[in-house]
Design a protein around this ligand. Structure first.
Ligand code: 7TS
Length: 424
């Protein structure tokens, strides 16, 4: 899709999006917090939403609001058309072979739980192994712990090195003849580490092992081509890619999804129901019981349009440039220590300041209008691995700019000066 954004010409003669104009599309970014302009560095927790997404959802509620798949009336048909068009668009966005491979869920957590329960019940037995990495968000750890407890399978964790990376050699060693599932994050939310997803999937598939990729931190930052990656399952949330909360995707290869029994029963997921028993509808409906998050799916569709209107080449270039700039600035602040220095990283920087609790630093930065996340980032075992209780985390998106990073740099320096003076 060609760019809608008025282009600027770069020094090499390339056209570039007008990032200031793009930033203006995000109403929430243009406000004061504690008397200062907001600088939002918490994209990894949830992204801000462009007008296009907000308007698409408002339009649905104002004009097309009706339930899907069940009415002959005009509004219901309109709602169904946009809902199913969103499925087709999502399938194309990911390079899925068929739109029935796209299951709409409430988010990454729901998608992984669905697989861990349904696939886990069907395929795991005592003595089997499930492999995850030490980098996982709790959403890709706890459901597997639960599945293993239920089925008698064993959960194994590929260790993380001091740079915050998981080595491919370690993965290879731990993918044994007993491994049934290898579930891993493509990008770590806590450290920004980018894992070689395609290589790991290839290794696992050669050994007949099913793979699940947690792509929650990928969708707004990198293009995904499922035909190249070849994973069995892939999960993400709309709200981390400029879309709304409460909506997500479970992708699964059709033949694999067909082995899953529904976890939820109810409306929309059945073929025929008697008082005694029921039969299931075809994919994808059999895994989408009940009224779905229609407005959320419409918002997701608009978010895909938004990202594609800018284009991946521009997004990748922009985010990499912002990341280098932020790393350079933060690296030069005395007392700051990065947690995790992966060679391949996305726009996430986790750090601690010697002798300063992350919450204290986060609170002082908030007083200057700067929003970043503090704490364990739903990765407690990973924090324990580094011997800390949490970090401050800066996470970047295409809507951040250099001026905000300059303000972040100055704000951290002044907060640390303040804390040092209080400590004396
Ligand atoms: N997996 C990863 C890699 C994540 O970053 C998150 C959310 C999830 C799964 C769960 O996504 P959800 O939409 O179902 O909640 N990560 C974060 C974070 O880093 N800060 O807040 C939420």
């Amino acid at each position: 899709m060609s760019s809608n954004w008025s282009a600027k010409t770069g020094s090499e003669g390339l056209t570039r999006p007008d990032w200031d104009a793009i930033r203006l599309e995000f109403p929430a970014l243009h406000q004061s917090v504690n008397g200062c302009p907001l600088a939002y560095f918490d994209h990894a927790a949830t992204s801000q939403k462009p007008r296009r997404v907000i308007n698409a959802m408002t339009h649905y509620y104002q004009s097309d609001n009706a339930n899907v798949h069940r009415g002959v009336h005009n509004l219901s048909q309109r709602a169904t058309t946009v809902y199913e068009a969103a499925r087709t668009k999502t399938a194309r966005f990911l390079g899925a072979a068929d739109s029935s491979e796209i299951i709409f869920t409430s988010g990454t957590t729901a998608s992984i739980n669905l697989v861990a329960q349904s696939w886990g019940n069907a395929h795991l037995k005592p003595g089997d192994e499930v492999l995850v990495t030490g980098l996982e968000h709790h959403a890709n750890l706890v459901p597997w712990q639960m599945a293993c407890t239920r089925t008698g399978a064993r959960l194994k964790i590929v260790p993380v090195n001091e740079r915050g990376e998981v080595s491919t050699e370690a993965v290879s060693e731990m993918l044994t003849s007993g491994t049934r599932m290898f579930a891993f994050c493509w990008i770590s939310n806590a450290l920004g580490t980018i894992n070689p997803a395609q290589e790991w999937v290839e290794m696992a598939r050669k050994r007949g092992i099913t793979t699940l990729i947690d792509a929650a931190q990928v969708v707004a930052h990198k293009p995904i081509n499922l035909q190249e990656i070849g994973c069995d399952f892939l999960c993400f949330s709309a709200h981390k890619m400029m879309g709304p909360t409460g909506t997500g995707v479970l992708y699964g290869i059709k033949s694999v999804l067909e082995t899953l029994d529904p976890v939820f029963g109810g409306g929309d997921m059945i073929d025929e129901v008697s008082y005694e028993r029921s039969t299931w509808a075809d994919l994808p409906y059999r895994l989408e019981a009940g009224t779905p998050n229609i407005s959320g799916v419409i918002g997701l569709s608009a978010a895909i349009d938004f990202l594609e209107s800018i284009g991946w080449a521009s997004i990748l270039e922009r985010e990499s440039e912002l990341l280098s700039y932020a790393l350079e600035k933060l690296r030069n602040i005395p007392r700051i220590r990065f947690i995790g220095e992966p060679k391949l990283r996305s726009g996430v920087i986790s750090f601690i300041a010697d002798g300063v609790h992350p919450y204290d630093l986060g609170t002082l930065l908030d007083e200057q209008g700067i929003a970043l996340r503090t704490g364990h980032h739903c990765a407690q075992p990973l924090m324990r691995h580094f011997g800390i209780s949490g970090t401050c985390r800066v996470s970047l998106a295409l809507y951040n700019n250099h001026e905000e990073i300059d303000r972040l740099d100055l704000a951290i320096r002044s907060a640390l000066r303040l804390i040092t003076n209080v400590d004396k």
